[in-house]
Design a protein around this ligand. Sequence first.
Ligand code: AMP
Length: 166
Amino acid sequence: MQDTEVNVSGENVPKPISSFESSGLRQHLVNNVKKSGYTKPTPIQRYSIPIIMNGRDLMGCAQTGSGKTAAFLLPIINSLMSSQEPPIVEEGTAQPSVVIVSPTRELTIQIYEQAKKFSHNSIVKVVEAYGGTSTNYQRNRVLAGCHILVATPGRLNDFVNKRNCC
Ligand code: AMP
């Protein structure tokens, strides 16, 4: 996995990182990454982390098992940890800072678990929402406020139409 060739296009692409320690990610986040057993970034993480941290748009494509989830989650969680803003809920509508739409319940749970792990013991609150389970329970969790909402499209649409979220 570590020697996978990476092709990047775009102008003035930020330089890839060589380690989590020198990535500029907050120390608390780097500690959580280390606790996950990751010793060094995978190729897609080496490129995506500085690109997203520099506020650039990114469309990434890499094979299954290449570390794509952490590739986008780490810079997002880093930014939320740095802002230290509490989750917003206004007039009964939750306004997550980040919405991650994923096609299946399994993938939603997987992304949610990783996001929880990386944001452990921090201000960052993560909530998941997917079909086939109690809407009430998930709605209450969303309405309690979150920074990151990981959801399948159907359940997300349901919450948006009922003005519970976003
Ligand atoms: P993903 O492609 O995001 O589904 O990740 C595939 C697997 O690789 C998951 O089990 C991750 O926990 C693991 N993984 C992701 N990044 C790293 C890394 N930098 N070092 C070791 N394992 C990783």
